[in-house]
Design a protein around this ligand. Structure first.
Ligand code: IMO
Ligand code: MG
Length: 424
């Protein structure tokens, strides 16, 4: 019996999960997404090309891989079709490699309208949503109004679709709001794309995942977003609408907790956040701008510039705690090459009191308490072994391991597959 190993983002998303899943997929015949939807943007680079995945698991570029879109995911048929056609254009047999859970919920065009209307109504306190319809689709799921992939195969699908549309229209009528796209054209396209989706293998994913594990096929669960955006543990209400922590992999795939093996926690050597909400170590200065430019920190889904700041250890320890992370993976350390000083937030001062706990109050005044490290010179991206790493960088990562209490097993030192140091 093999285990379900999980890759999670430990920060506010965009940690580099796509690259790591693509690298690890060599060891995992099966990759599965378990939550989130096309709000995710998982970038993969090979040679001179790069590709951004939104709904399809990042194992898809590996020969012979099985990629499951689990029941915990919300799927937009239009984005899915566009993505699959772009993958197919690279010569990848996407239809052979991707399977979709019957129980996964569908994002319909009116979910996107509701998302935009909700955000517009919030004004200054908006969440900064990607406007992909995620919140409204999950609301319909837990409110027991949702449409599922399995419904597409039923004779009364159109009726169910119209019923949901009427409910959404009644809500939309309460807003004074202009649709950001033509709803009729979007619906027509959506219905055509739903037919396209039906040509993929639609499965009882919970049976399939458990059968694969029993047949000694290891599964890698690919998290989307990050722990600090978790609907329960993130900076609510500035969060996404799903469980981004490890437990979400169990409910999002129908696999019991006892089958979980490794929990890989992915974090960047610094922090970014896109959208609103607290970000204690945020830098609004030239150093922050330098991180943004060097790290190309612009949204893969929305193109928005990401907020940037130093590494936040209390937040990292919190994320490790709620998910039981066994292996840390540090991304993009090369972005900090050439900085004179590298800072790490080791504690907060919340309303004047020192603490290492993430506060409940998202409007609390949080002042980071920093530890400073001497920066390193040279180019981390060209290091291919532990021995080549600069001493200052080694001191920096040793401190993080000691504070968090989990070893950094993988160091990613650049976007390419071969710029990855496995330190087992
Ligand atoms: P990946 O998987 C970074 C953020 C949005 C917003 C909040 C809610 O690429 O790491 P939503 O669209 O879910 O209603 O937005 O969550 N957000 C992300 N930030 N990376 C992501 O995904 C994100 N998905 C959502 O910016 O603040
Ligand atoms: Mg992203």
């Amino acid at each position: 019996m093999k285990t379900l190993d999980v890759v999670l983002g430990l920060q506010w998303g965009d940690e580099g999960k796509g690259k790591i899943v693509d690298v690890l997929a060599e060891r995992y015949p099966v990759v599965a997404r378990f939550q989130g939807g096309p709000n995710a943007g998982h970038s993969i680079h090979f040679g001179n090309t790069s590709f951004v995945l939104h709904s399809v698991p990042s194992g898809v570029f590996r020969d012979g891989s099985i990629n499951i879109i689990g029941n915990g995911v919300v799927l937009d048929p239009t984005i899915f079709r566009e993505e699959c056609q772009a993958i197919e254009a690279l010569g990848v047999p996407v239809r052979e490699r991707v399977k979709i859970a019957r129980r996964a919920h569908l994002i319909v065009p009116t979910h996107k309208l509701l998302d935009a209307a909700d955000e517009a109504a919030l004004g200054k306190s908006k969440i900064g949503s990607t406007l992909k319809g995620i919140g409204p689709a999950y609301s319909d799921k837990t409110g027991r109004n949702g449409l599922r992939v399995g419904d597409l195969l039923e004779a009364d699908f159109r009726e169910k679709f119209e019923t949901l549309k009427r409910k959404h229209a009644a809500r939309l009528a309460q807003y004074d709001f202009k649709a950001p796209f033509d709803p009729e054209a979007a619906e027509k396209q959506w219905l055509a794309d739903a037919e396209y989706l039906k040509t993929f293998e639609i499965i009882d994913a919970e049976y399939e995942t458990n059968a694969l594990l029993a047949a000694d096929k290891a599964i890698l669960a690919e998290g989307a977003q990050g722990s600090m955006l978790d609907v329960d543990f993130g900076s609510y209400p500035f969060v996404t609408s799903s469980s981004t922590a490890c437990a979400g992999a169990c409910t999002g795939l129908g696999v019991a907790p006892g089958h979980i093996g490794k929990v890989y926690g992915v974090f960047k050597a610094y922090c970014t956040r896109v959208g609103s909400g607290p970000f204690p170590t945020e830098l609004g200065d030239d150093t922050g701008e330098r991180m943004r430019q060097r790290g190309r920190e612009f949204g893969a889904t929305t193109g928005r510039p990401r907020r940037t700041g130093w590494l936040d250890i209390p937040a990292l320890k919190f994320a490790v705690m709620i998910s039981g992370v066994t292996d840390l993976i540090m991304m993009k350390a090369d972005v900090l090459d050439g900085f004179d000083t590298v800072k790490v937030c080791c504690e907060y001062r919340v309303n004047g009191i020192r603490t290492d706990r993430v506060p409940y109050d998202v409007y609390a005044e949080i002042e980071p308490v920093y530890k400073e490290f001497k920066g390193w010179s040279g180019d981390l991206g060209s290091c291919r072994s532990e021995a080549e790493l600069p001493a200052e960088f080694k001191a920096y990562i040793a401190y993080i391991e000691q504070e968090v209490g989990v070893p950094i097993r993988i160091l990613s030192l650049g976007p390419d597959r071969d710029q990855t140091l496995i330190r087992c």
